[in-house]
Design a protein around this ligand. Structure first.
Ligand SMILES: [Zn+2]
Length: 485
């Protein structure tokens, strides 16, 4: 019989919640608590054993989420699964939920070795002041990252092994974490920066959309000297040297090797630590690698963005930028955003010179067909996944500088003709998804819809009346019955 179940603390490992539940409910021994929670399922510290039916019901109620979301938010899943294919993500999540050990073959878990549950002495102190007890924080358990992202101090090992063969026990942080441990400050700021980078990555919601493999995504954001100027060839030597230099002070952290760099860029390995080391070093934002957008941005445009930041925001002269990236000043000049504007100027304004002299009426007419075509594409008229047609989206797709379409009434009215509410959009997305499942001969299941288009149950319920107009009674029944599982 499951008694009162504690609510999770921020970023608490599920294992830690189970352990606090055990303490709180006064079982005479671990085995009774384990029996109630997991039946005979095998224990797991980083993820979760399969829960008994009753335990799952209690958890869902306390966390106000389904089990999958709880796993995403309170286990190491959202770290290890972050960069694997969408298909593998769904598979691994299902396996964990079902208590099928096969997930270890899908997730890029570190090789077995001496790994222990860790804590930050300062976090523990703060937890005890704020909550009266401490707990296991999942961001202290990232293998290879020796610092606390919050305090920048060294994380401490306990003697509790993290491995597949953990003894069937619950480890209570409040018991295991000593009071008044000396705090070892870290001086090397790049490992702290990496720890914070990974913290952001872990905190981002999980996405299950099919995407380019991560090596391909990382390649897009390479810039000289890490890539040859226009051929786009990857300069592995420069990257590896850069990485070694960048993280050289962090003796406790394994730095990605040359072979591993090859494997990441070649889409052969998806070890999240290596990927984050590269991305953090290249200053690619966590959002860009967690939610890669399919886009056709060329190397040149990316370089122009970089030049813009260095020149406009940091006031660096072109000569200095050119020197830094081993390119000619002319190349830098041509890559700068200003040059794009020159092109627009010549093409669309009657006279050379000031941008304000653009012949807006002509510009509006010139671009109307393109705007119609792109809007229809974005809307999903070609059978592709539908998207909302927005001013920004159309501008971005057509490479029109931001804000211009607002001054082009004909184009603007095309875009406005596609305006819809969030609910209307969801309905279109769901219908598209159902059609796609049908054409793929995949059985209609609520979870597939949810995973494909990232819609939660509450939103789905909101649009159900609108959907019912478009679906058969049977389809509605199949979908809604999925909620009860
Ligand atoms: Zn801390």
């Amino acid at each position: 019989m499951i008694g009162s179940f504690p609510e999770a603390y921020p970023d608490e490992l599920l294992h830690s919640v189970y352990a606090r539940y055990f303490v709180r409910s006064g079982y005479p021994a671990y085995t009774y608590a384990l029996q109630d929670l997991f039946g005979s399922a095998k224990n797991s510290i980083e993820f979760t054993p399969r829960l008994t039916y009753q335990a799952a019901q209690v958890l869902k109620k306390v966390f106000k989420h389904n089990i999958e979301t709880i796993i995403e938010e309170h286990t190491m899943f959202s770290y290890y699964a972050r960069f694997i294919s969408s298909e593998s993500k769904v598979k691994a999540l299902n396996y964990i939920t079902e208590g099928n050990g096969k997930y270890v073959n899908i997730l890029p878990l570190p090789a077995m070795g001496e790994r222990y549950l860790r804590y930050c002495p300062l976090c523990a102190k703060e937890d005890r002041e704020q909550y009266g007890e401490t707990y296991w924080n999942r961001k202290h358990q990232i293998p290879g990252v020796p610092v606390c992202p919050k305090h920048g101090c060294q994380l401490e090992n306990t003697n509790i092994h993290i491995s597949g063969k953990t003894s069937p026990r619950l480890f209570v942080a409040e018991v295991e974490v000593p009071y008044d441990m000396p705090v070892i400050e870290k001086m090397e700021d790049n490992s702290i920066e990496l720890a914070r980078y990974i913290e952001k990555i872990v905190d981002l919601p999980m996405e299950y959309k099919p995407n380019d493999a991560i090596g391909t995504v990382l390649q897009r954001y390479l810039y000289p000297p890490y890539t040859a100027t226009w051929s786009g060839r990857i300069e592995y030597k420069q990257i590896c040297e850069g990485l070694q230099e960048y993280y050289k002070n962090d003796v406790d952290m394994p730095i990605i090797s040359k072979e591993q760099v090859y494997k990441v860029f070649g889409d052969k390995k998806r070890n999240p630590l290596w990927i984050c080391q590269i991305a953090c070093f290249l200053k690619i934002s966590p959002e860009l690698i967690a939610f890669p957008q399919p886009h056709d941005e060329t190397q040149q445009q990316i370089l122009s963005e970089i030049v813009k930041i260095l020149h406009k925001e940091h006031g660096m002269p072109y000569t200095k930028i050119a020197e830094g990236v081993c390119m000619s000043v002319e190349d830098i000049r041509s890559a700068s955003k200003r040059n794009y504007m020159h092109k627009y100027r010549r093409k669309f304004s009657g006279k050379r010179g000031n941008l304000r002299r653009i012949d807006w009426e002509k510009y509006d007419i010139d671009r109307l067909d393109e705007v119609k075509r792109v809007s229809a594409e974005i809307y999903g008229n070609n059978g592709n996944r539908p998207h909302r047609v927005t001013l920004m989206g159309v501008e971005k797709t057509l490479g029109i500088p931001s804000g211009r379409l607002k001054r082009m009434p004909k184009c603007l009215s095309v875009i406005q003709s596609y305006s819809e509410t969030q609910e209307e959009y969801w309905v279109r997305e769901v219908l598209w998804c159902i059609k796609k499942l049908e054409s793929d001969d995949t059985p209609l299941v609520w979870r597939r819809i949810r995973d494909t288009i990232n819609i939660d149950k509450a939103s789905f319920m909101k649009i159900l009346p609108m959907l019912e107009e478009n679906l058969s009674e049977e389809q509605v029944l199949v979908l809604t019955s999925g909620f009860k599982v």
